[in-house]
Unconditional design. Structure first.
Length: 590
């Protein structure tokens, strides 16, 4: 049983003829006449609820903080000319993944996975204030115009069920309201006028009805840690003749942990995903006293809880970001919270599916859940790099997808594109120097577009020195790594490779000899599938005050299946070459 994508309190207003089916039952010894008053009744309606606008989802292709343009330095470099070969520190990666409206609970860190890296971040979101009546409501209002996030009014999901227990002023059980949102209530619940009643409302905020307590004199409900939440409110009402309206402000009586899996850094969508919390005992079940709203006891789970009902976290990110929920009644510290992902499959851009091994992610912190708060555990998966010559290179070329203004990498790390290379690369994969799009009319610029690939600032353009370090790797196949030349069904290539494998196949980084786009047109030059062919790859450096920029050139000479005089040359410059369309191979921004 799951409730909606919300771990804040929400307001349910109950008024005439709107919520659902009703039945009244009497405790032993009561008669139906005790409940009948033709002029006085309780009636209910769901008006709206306050939903959390999800600050934990980075919308579209953006991250926080916003990426700013690279200014032209005096050296004529569109990015940093210095580079450390160590991985990012915790402090360095934090700001790319922490939503502005959430408090950091666990610091982000980089985790090496099988064919991917991951940033794991744990945040806390709780924004509540008291209303004029003194009851808790959400404190923030979302503004579409300003782009801010917070809580927004929304219709309660039709078909969700809740229950109201009614007692007289002496705590004698009177009856129960079995209600369904979106279904008219008929007849109304009859009561006496000028009489004080106590009521206790609770719900899973799902289509599963909560039960009537076995002991209505001392009503309790037991929560199951893991996949089911619980909402609660209570109050008193002194009736007047006619219809009596009750306003219920539902509060969450569990802490919620939203687990998000984000594959935008893999440049894929999610085909399937399953998982559990990683450690039995982290989550707790509890028994809630419905009259007091307080847990009488809690107990640790003896097994791990499954993550069920994975849904899209936001419309803007579609199938690239999925979320599922865990709940706990425990308020004791959880150290190094873990999530195990199983059956993770992603859809590649060539129509195939990549399967990943089961993996457990650890959020390196201790936090103490608080009832009513939401904690967001985000696992952002990032395409892993291949280290060659002391530099961590992307496995594939950068390309531009105009439909979502997205800078992406190809999903295939092999030499085979499985498409018409000339058509594909002439329109999406050739860039004028530092141009913002791959259009042949795009103006050469001074921005590092590798930094715009999701998540921003993870990648950057290589320096000429880094390209030269790649060139200097031996062609001796007994070394590791080593450089070889070859021919695929699409193009000739040079490949720097290791003799190990993972989900990507052979661990290598191949530079395809795809030629280059002519100035101002989509004509591809110096490209052949069967004869001499060259590949061109931009660096991050240009000659100040000129129209020349540095690039690396891959030359693969010979006839089919026979290669000779193949070379890779770095630090090339030509007059007026910034308007040529060349490929871009990014490096990790470590």
């Amino acid at each position: 049983m799951m409730f909606s994508n919300n771990v804040q309190r929400f307001v349910v207003f109950l008024s005439l003829l709107t919520v659902g089916s009703i039945f009244a039952s009497c405790s032993k010894g009561e008669t139906s006449e005790q409940l009948v008053d033709s002029e006085t009744s309780l009636s209910f309606a769901v008006e709206n609820l306050s939903e959390v606008a999800d600050a934990g989802v980075i919308k579209g292709n953006e991250t926080a903080p916003a990426e700013t343009p690279d200014l032209v330095p005096v050296s004529g470099n569109v990015g940093s000319t210095t580079r450390a070969t160590t991985k990012k520190s915790v402090a360095a990666v934090n700001t790319s993944f922490v939503p502005a409206a959430a408090a950091i609970v666990g610091e982000a860190r980089e985790v090496v996975g099988d064919g991917y890296d991951a940033i794991v971040t744990l945040t806390e979101e709780d924004n509540t204030v008291k209303s004029a009546s003194g009851r808790f409501i959400n404190s923030k209002v979302s503004s579409a115009a300003s782009g801010s996030t917070g809580n927004v009014a929304a219709a309660m999901t039709s078909g969700n069920k809740y229950r109201v227990l009614i007692y007289d002023n002496n705590d004698n059980y009177v009856g129960t309201i079995d209600a369904t949102s979106g279904t008219a209530l008929s007849p109304a619940f009859p009561v006496f006028k000028n009489t004080t009643y106590k009521w206790y409302a609770y719900s899973y905020n799902s289509q599963t009805q909560v039960p009537v307590p076995a002991n209505t004199a001392n009503p309790t409900i037991t929560t199951t840690a893991g996949a089911a939440g619980l909402l609660y409110d209570s109050g008193t009402l002194t009736t007047v003749a006619g219809s009596n309206k009750i306003s219920i402000v539902f509060e969450h009586r569990l802490a919620s942990i939203a687990v998000k899996v984000d594959t935008r850094g893999l440049f894929t969508t999610i085909n399937s995903v399953a998982g559990t919390n990683g450690t039995a005992g982290d989550l707790r079940s509890g028994t809630l006293n419905l009259k007091t709203g307080v847990y009488t006891n809690t107990s640790a789970n003896t097994t791990k809880s499954d993550l069920l009902d994975w849904t899209n976290a936001a419309a803007a990110t579609g199938d690239s970001v999925k979320v599922a929920y865990l709940y706990t009644s425990g308020t004791t510290a959880i150290s190094n919270f873990k999530v195990t992902l199983t059956n993770l499959k992603v859809n590649l851009d060539d129509g195939s599916v990549r399967n990943f091994d089961d993996k457990t992610f650890t959020f390196p912190t201790s936090f103490t859940p608080q009832l009513g708060k939401r904690y967001t555990a985000t696992i952002t998966l990032i395409e892993s790099a291949v280290e060659v010559g002391g530099v961590r290179w992307a496995r594939e070329n950068l390309y531009y997808r105009a439909g979502d203004t997205g800078y992406r990498f190809r999903n295939r790390s092999s030499n085979i594109y499985q498409t018409n290379v000339a058509d594909l690369t002439s329109t999406t994969e050739f860039f004028s120097f530092a141009a913002l799009t791959s259009s042949n009319s795009a103006t050469p610029a001074v921005r590092d577009i590798c930094k715009l690939a999701f998540p921003k600032n993870t990648w950057r353009l290589p320096t000429p020195a880094e390209q030269q370090a790649l060139v200097n790797v031996s062609t001796n196949t007994s070394s590791t790594p080593y450089r070889v030349y070859g021919q695929s069904s699409d193009a000739r290539y040079a490949s720097w490779t290791y003799n190990t494998s993972n989900e990507y196949g052979t661990v290598w980084t191949s530079f395809m000899a795809l030629g280059r786009r002519a100035k101002g047109s989509n004509t591809v030059e110096n490209y052949s599938r069967t004869s001499n062919s060259s590949g061109y790859f931009w660096s991050n450096t240009f000659v100040q005050g000129t129209t020349r920029a540095y690039y690396m050139r891959v030359d693969v000479f010979g006839t089919a299946n026979s290669f000779n005089n193949s070379t890779v040359v770095a630090s090339q410059i030509e007059d007026d070459n910034m308007r040529y369309g060349m490929n871009i191979r990014c490096v990790r921004n470590d």
